[in-house]
Structure formats: C-alpha cells, structure tokens
Design a protein around this ligand. Sequence first.
Ligand code: FPP
Length: 258
Amino acid sequence: MQIKLPFMRKTKRATEQLDKGIELDLHTIPEHVAIIMDGNGRWAKERGLPRIAGHKEGMSNVRKVVASASKHGIKILTLYAFSTENWNRPKTEVEFIMKLPMEFLNTYLPELVEENVQVQTIGDFDGLPSHTKKAIQEAKDQTRGNNGLILNIALNYGSRHEIIRAIHSIVQDVQNSEISIDDINEELYSSYLYTNGMIDPDLLIRTSGEQRLSNFLLWQSAYTEFWFTEKYWPDFDEQLLKQALLDFQNRKRRYGGI
Ligand code: FPP
C-alpha cells in the first residue's frame, strides 16, 4: 500500500487542475520564486554527454524560464547558479560554469533589456573571475532602469558565508557607534544580507529529485513553501513552473498561526 503524504495529494491536485485546464489565480502568484537548478550533470550523463553539455543546456533553459516567470507575473526570480562550495568541482568544470554568465548575457542581454528584466546578483562578487564580473556588471548597468522581473543570479553564494559576513558588518557598525546593540532585530539583520530590500522567497523549487537547501537562502526561507520535482534542470519547463505555481496556490501559509 502506498502512503499518501499531504504534499503528494496537493501535487496530484495541481496536476489534475493543469489537465483540466484550470488557470492560475493571478492574485496569488508568488512574488519571489527561488530555484535550485540541479541535475545538469545527470541530464548530460543520461545522454552520454560530458557534464559541461548539461550546464550549457541548463544555461539555455534559464532564458526560457525567465520568459515564463515574467509572463506569469513573478516579480523576483532568484537562481542558484554557483555556490561557495561549487569551487570544489574539477577546475575545467568550474571554468566552464564561470564563462556561462558571460555567454548567457552576450546572447540574451538585448532581449532581457527589451523585456524589461532587471539583472541583479547575490553572493561574493569580488571572488568571481574578472570576465564573469565584467559581464554581470555590464548587464546590471544596462538593465538598472528596468522595472519588470528581477532576475537575481546567486553566484559564488553561500548562505552561511552571507550570515557570517552580516555579523561582521553589524559588529563593525556597533563598534563605530553607527548602530547600537538594541537596534539589532530581524529587520535590521535582513538589511545586512545580500538580499537587502528583497522580500523573502514565497516559493523555492529544486529540480532533480534532491530535497535539501544546500546552503541556499537559509535565513530568507524561514516561511518559504518548498516544491520539488524529479525532472533535471534542463527539462524544467513552463508546464512544470505552472504546476509549481498551482501547487503553491493550493497551500495555506500560516506563518506559525492557525
Ligand atoms: C547543478 O547541477 C548545477 C550547477 C552547479 C550549475 C548551474 C548553472 C547553470 C544552470 C547555468 C547558469 C547560467 C546563468 C546565466 C545563470 P549539477 O551539476 O550538480 O548536476 P548533477 O547533480 O546532476 O551532477
């Protein structure tokens, strides 16, 4: 006998709703969606291709998912592209991934500008190779005035690093008498994180069947709804995004209340 967990029933309901052509409620679209884009390597392996082919396909998929997210009225799309732990991968793979933002922006920046997308990043920008920094800076500059979807790329990002960095800055500001210890509360603390000024993610999606946070947005995801799919990132498409959004709309967020 298969035990049905509540989240499985909801996912099934979202699938049935999709099959019946039930549309999303435009008033309850999550404002901030974060995605852990996992499974590029396995996608490539299943096709007898090198891992980097999976990352390349993953990069092309970013373009498609940005368009779908924008179409569905999502305000912020945060994509986990490279973690502080990903430096432990083979040098050739790291170098390849670090070239992807440049390739992505060389190919798609004019379209992103045209579609009113604003590019932002979170993570340790200074620790990136100069060609990666240059491409990202150019994209930020060119899209600064846009007020559509915020494409927030997490690059060289690690939540624990972000938390420690915030503590350092707060201690320094206390020592310099710019703030007092009594000023420290959740709101002030949040303002020291890379995500300063952004609302917390409403929905976090992880592809490839893994169900963990992997050092992503630990503070910010206190009340985030999680959604997992077995599909690898290169196969994550508009239909699956819609399913995740429908599923999100079937949830009751109680924030610790009843
Ligand atoms: C995880 O899959 C994926 C990454 C560490 C890299 C993700 C990068 C992209 C999708 C390209 C990003 C590009 C831009 C412009 C944002 P994995 O390699 O861990 O897959 P596996 O678990 O199957 O090995």
